[in-house]
Structure formats: C-alpha cells, structure tokens
Design a protein around this ligand. Structure first.
Ligand SMILES: Cc1cc2nc3c(=O)[nH]c(=O)nc-3n(C[C@H](O)[C@H](O)[C@H](O)COP(=O)(O)O)c2cc1C
Length: 182
C-alpha cells in the first residue's frame, strides 16, 4: 500500500471481529508510534495496551456514559490502547510556555496517528477515542494521580473492509497560498 492509499484506507472502525490480534502486529504499531516526532523530542507518552479480556471490558465501560453513549462499540474491540500523557522535557515545557501551545497534546496526537496508520497497513481497524472517564481508567490501570489520560485507541480486525468516502472540507476551504483570504 503506498502512502496515499494508506491515508485513504485509514478510517474509524467501530465494528470488530472477535478475533485475536497477533502480538507482533501490536508491537509493530507501538514501534511506529515510538518513531513519531515530538517537540524537543520529549516523547511525552506511554501506550498501555489492554488486551486482558476482563480488564479490557472494564476499560470499554469507561469510554461511554449517560451523555457519551456513542462509544459503546468499544466493547467489541479486542484491544484498547490507553495513551498516558507523560511530562515533557525541560525544553518542550519551556516551548509550551513561550509559544502558548500545548506541545504535549500535539505530540500525542501525532504518535497516535502513527499507530493508527501502521495498524491500517497491517489490516487492522482502529478508532481514536477522545471521551473517557479518566478517573476510573487511571484507577483500573494504576496510572499515577498526577498523570493524565490523553486518548484511547480501539484496535481489532474490522468486520467490514469497505472503505467509506471521506467527509472532508474541500481543498480550497482548508488551504490558501500566501495570504489568509477567507
Ligand atoms: C482526537 C480525536 C477524538 C476522537 N474521539 C472519538 C470518540 O470518542 N468516539 C468516536 O467514535 N470517534 C472518535 N474520533 C474519530 C472521529 O470521529 C473520526 O476520525 C472523524 O469523524 C473522521 O472519520 P474517519 O476517522 O473515519 O476518517 C476521534 C478522533 C480524534 C482525532
């Protein structure tokens, strides 16, 4: 698969086969995330792979609630990866302060996308989850109180390999040359 095919094939997968994901594939995805760029190379992330079924079920339960009902599909994913936000290094923290941009969040997003693109290439489906009950997730995974949960990723084999058309802004809407016009 070349890069543009890969970009097109990556889509949020919300239905998974009840089939085990090979550990080598997860390691390859983690390696892809490990290679991601980050501000001042601070790599402010820790990926916790939850593949133990009973624990995974408990984590899935914390990805939806009374308001956020939409993440119930996470119960069907055989794996949920929880990404913990680690402290940045001195330079990136200083950069965050001076530029008024939260570099750690940007870094984490890039690493997560590396993971998802690699997963796509390996025939796996993923969905990034932004909503979760982090207090309970931290308790379940023994994540220290002073650390935050960034994003979660559901992982597994998709039940359907059909690629949906992408709903995106038009090129003219999302890009301009030399000046911000409208
Ligand atoms: C930061 C972030 C948070 C997201 N949170 C959720 C979520 O909680 N539940 C969900 O079903 N999809 C979630 N998504 C997936 C987006 O809805 C999806 O990427 C977007 O609609 C584009 O569709 P596609 O991924 O199929 O191309 C999230 C994506 C990102 C990048």
């Amino acid at each position: 698969m070349d890069f543009s095919q890969l970009i097109n094939h990556r889509q949020s997968c919300r239905n998974y086969e009840q089939k085990k994901v090979e550990q080598e594939k997860i390691i390859t995805c983690l390696e892809a995330a490990r290679m991601a760029p980050s501000a001042c190379n601070s790599q402010p992330w820790k990926f916790i792979v939850v593949d133990e079924p009973a624990l995974k079920e408990k984590i899935a339960k914390e990805t939806h609630g009374v308001i956020a009902k939409f993440n119930k599909f996470s119960h069907r994913a055989p794996i949920i990866v929880v990404i913990v936000m680690e402290q940045g290094n001195f330079s990136s923290n200083l950069g965050t302060l001076l530029s008024d941009k939260e570099f750690a969040f940007i870094d984490l997003g890039i690493a997560v996308e590396h993971f998802c693109l690699q997963a796509t290439e390996l025939g796996l489906g993923t969905c990034i989850l932004g909503w979760s009950n982090n207090k309970e997730i931290k308790r379940l995974l023994s994540i220290p109180k002073n650390k935050g949960v960034g994003l979660l990723i559901t992982v597994g084999y998709p039940t359907n390999s059909e690629i949906r058309p992408k709903m995106r802004k038009k090129l003219e809407e999302m890009s301009e040359y030399n000046k911000y016009c409208k």
